[in-house]
Design a protein around this ligand. Structure first.
Ligand code: IMP
Ligand code: MG
Length: 336
């Protein structure tokens, strides 16, 4: 059976990252029957927060399958910073996780010091990147002069044999509107964040079973994006969302710009990603501040309570997204 793929599930972000993908992937890793959990894009610009047995863990690069003893693969379209990788390996090891299950594709590209310097000096200032060298690394990859993981002696014991079999879970990074093709270019990341990118891991698309779309009941954006003007940080209700929702970046610590859910954008993201199972988290946050608003057809709608808002969201999504089978609304700690 070691050469046969059974099915592939994919978890992707439907917004601008920070939609609790880590929480979904760790939940699926716990309850599912996966042979591999794989990251397909990005590098340590991502930040995944995972709770296991009440303890909070943060990772940036290594797939969340590692928390459940599942072989965890960093795919060929990812970029890897050697120091950040070993820092994370040591962090996981010191917390008792089996780091022998971590594998890097020999074809993954390596983020160098020069990439980080270039990002810090230029893009961080103009685009609010995470300054981890991501864009310069992909730039070298596409100019066909990059450094591959297989050429790094320190990675020798971690190189993946590029075999996939059984049940596979793919863990997305960033989100739909940060995708290089779909986002508000150039205010995007340099990778393919949609499920189409997951096929870079080396499975035929016909094996895809479920696409889990992660979203939140309100929108957040870390980094510069004219779609999220800075004056959003002056709106007192939106600031309440930041505070109650603890909207500070896992990777950068920056305050995230927050806005009411844009249902028009969510519909597009669900449709184009092919999401079959949607998980909308942080419902407890809007309940706590007791304000229920969303944008639809470009106008802001105010709802009396959560149930009315939920009925509205369900109706629009069901009408517009024929592939969507299930919508789950979740509150804090529900899947931990
Ligand atoms: P880069 O990926 O560091 O080049 O950053 C490009 C844009 O994507 C910036 O606006 C970042 O703030 C954003 N970004 C990158 N990774 C994440 C993430 O994991 N969560 C949220 N935003 C991200
Ligand atoms: Mg994150």
């Amino acid at each position: 059976m070691k050469n046969k793929i059974n099915y592939v599930d994919i978890c992707c972000g439907l917004n601008w990252g920070d939609e609790a993908k880590g929480k979904i992937v760790s939940y699926l890793s716990k309850i599912g029957d996966y042979n591999f959990v794989c990251r397909w894009s990005g590098g340590n610009n991502a930040g995944h927060t995972i709770y296991k047995n009440g303890i909070k863990y943060k990772t940036h690069l290594i797939p969340s399958g590692i928390f459940y003893d599942i072989p965890s693969i960093i795919g060929p379209d990812c970029v890897v910073n050697v120091n950040a990788f070993f820092e994370e390996v040591n962090y996981l090891k010191s917390n008792g996780f089996n780091t022998n299950l971590i594998f890097i594709s020999p074809k993954a590209h390596v983020v160098t010091k020069d990439h980080i310097t270039e990002d810090k000096d230029k893009l961080f200032k103009t685009q609010g990147t995470t300054a981890k060298g991501i864009a310069p690394c992909y730039k070298d990859k596409y100019a066909r002069k990059g450094l591959l993981a297989k050429n790094i002696p320190e990675f020798k014991d971690y190189l993946w044999d590029e075999k996939l079999y059984g049940n596979i879970l793919c863990e997305g990074a960033q989100g739909f509107w940060l995708d290089i093709n779909y986002g508000n270019y150039p205010y995007v990341t340099s990778s393919n964040t949609l499920p189409y990118g997951a096929c870079s891991l080396g499975f035929p698309p016909q094996y895809i079973r479920h696409i889990y779309g992660a979203t939140k009941i309100y929108d957040t954006r870390s980094g510069i994006d004219p779609f999220f003007p800075e004056n959003l940080l002056e709106d007192k209700d939106l600031l309440l969302l930041v505070k109650v929702g603890e909207e500070f970046g896992t990777t950068t610590g920056r305050m995230r710009k927050t806005n009411w859910l844009n249902l028009d954008k969510l519909v597009d993201a669900v449709k184009i990603s092919g999401t079959t199972m949607m998980l909308m988290s942080k419902v407890d946050v809007v309940k706590k501040i007791n304000i229920y608003k969303l944008y639809h057809n470009a106008s802001l709608i105010n709802f009396e309570n959560f149930d009315v808002m939920k009925t509205y969201i369900d109706k629009i999504l069901k009408e517009k997204c024929p592939l969507l089978e299930n919508i789950t609304y979740s509150e804090k700690n529900e899947l931990d």
